[in-house]
Ligand binder design. Structure first.
Ligand code: PD2
Ligand code: ZN
Length: 287
């Protein structure tokens, strides 16, 4: 890549030099200045530095025993748009956080869509189960006192339309999504803080991963607002997202590890009833 027509090759020697400069405590600006002074095109120099340091940091992290990072869904927010056009709906971008990666969207679903999902789910509710990572099966869990059900992927026209919309919203294939899960929380019900990825150290996890790899992101959509309580909390960063009907919170996790700071929970509902739809996204096609 070059503005002069000649290609500037980023060599292993250059990469090593960049790492050495960073290790010696030189700032990114000073390293960049030195590269430009010795003839490097600025864009090439910036790209080379970013890529070199990213690869270096990742190799250090993996050497420490953390699972490797994978590609995750990411909404197109490069130019800080106020809205994202998903093809059939204009969704508002209300708030973004870099670490943990959290994005709050407004108006993902219409009030009618929220009501329709609740009406379809209500007769099928049962006490929520969670995946038992020890065995790979499912179990009732005292940390999750909601009632729930799963839709099959594309089970109805409404479900299909919502899944398409979410796929466009966060740039991730529809087929990599688990079926939409609907949860109902009455007064006192909560979902204690947890991670949505599967713990790699649990014996049941390899079986779970056969169906599409790890979970890499979550979208929680609020379908009905409680009168009090019921926010989605991220305790590591003291963030609380209000459960406003039609809005959604998206968060991603590039490795199944607490360093992602994606510990999150559903606070107890204090009054009224909270309903959500959760879409968990896998690395690959979920079968
Ligand atoms: O209901 C919530 O706010 C919530 C909190 C944590 C939902 C989930 N996790 C989930 O469905 O994974
Ligand atoms: Zn969760």
């Amino acid at each position: 890549m070059s503005t002069t027509g000649t290609t500037q090759q980023v060599t292993p020697q250059l990469r090593q030099w960049i790492v050495e400069q960073a290790q010696a405590g030189h700032s990114a600006e000073s390293v960049l200045k030195a590269m430009i002074a010795s003839g490097w095109n600025e864009d090439v120099a910036v790209d080379a530095m970013e890529e070199t340091l990213r690869v270096h940091v990742e190799s250090q992290v993996v050497a420490k025993g953390l699972p490797p990072a994978v590609r995750v869904p990411e909404p197109q927010l490069g130019e800080s748009p106020l809205y994202i056009d998903t093809g059939d709906r204009r969704v508002a971008v209300l708030q973004t956080m870099a670490d943990p990666r959290v994005v709050v969207f407004g108006g993902v679903l219409s009030d009618e869509e929220c009501e329709q999902l609740i009406a379809l789910a209500r007769p099928r509710l049962a006490r929520s189960l969670t995946v038992a990572t020890r065995t790979g099966g499912e179990e009732v869990n005292a940390d999750r006192t909601s009632n729930g059900m799963f839709f099959q992927r594309a089970e109805t026209e409404l479900v299909r339309r919502i899944e398409r919309r979410l796929a466009v919203l966060v740039n991730w294939p529809e087929e990599n999504g688990e079926g939409l899960q609907i949860l109902q929380y009455g007064p006192g019900a909560e979902y204690k803080p947890h991670y949505d990825y599967f713990d790699p150290t649990e014996p049941g996890t390899p079986t779970i991963l056969k169906r599409g790899g790890q979970r890499v992101a979550t979208i929680v959509i609020y379908l009905a607002e409680p009168d009090k309580g019921g926010g989605t909390v991220f305790p590591d960063v003291l963030l609380e997202v209000a459960p406003k009907r039609g809005n959604a919170v998206f968060f991603s996790y590039e490795r199944p590890h607490p360093s992602t700071r994606t510990l999150h929970g559903g606070s107890p509902v204090l009054a009224g009833e909270k309903w959500i739809a959760t879409k968990w996204l896998r690395e690959r096609r979920f079968e």
